[in-house]
Design a protein. Structure first.
Length: 105
């Protein structure tokens, strides 16, 4: 049972890597479309608080058609939703396995 939980958590990690790639692609589009200040702010805030990725996500959706990044934004949304679901399922399985073993793994 624990192996299944680890598999779900690894797949959630893959979604996280996909999300990072999409974040970088949106940042590149910001710089290409003369939004350098916004790109720098998103980078700094992503490294400091993580809110920069949220800002990039919202700005990316707002400009998806103008910057021609609809597919990137759909992929990023899928990575976020899929990663969350996989993470949640992995931890539920892990909790169920822990309950079967008296709370110890």
């Amino acid at each position: 049972m624990e192996i299944l939980a680890v598999l779900f958590l690894l797949l959630a990690g893959v979604c996280g890597i996909g999300s990072l790639v999409c974040f970088i692609m949106v940042l590149v589009k910001m710089f290409q479309n003369d939004q350098s200040t916004l790109g720098i702010v998103c980078i700094v805030l992503a490294l400091c608080t993580g809110i920069g990725a949220l800002i990039a996500f919202v700005v990316g959706w707002m400009n998806a058609r103008a910057w021609n990044i609809q597919q990137v934004m759909l992929a990023w949304t899928g990575c976020i939703v899929g990663g969350f679901i996989l993470w949640l399922v992995g931890f539920v399985i892990m909790a169920m396995a822990g309950a079967q073993h008296g709370g110890q793994f």
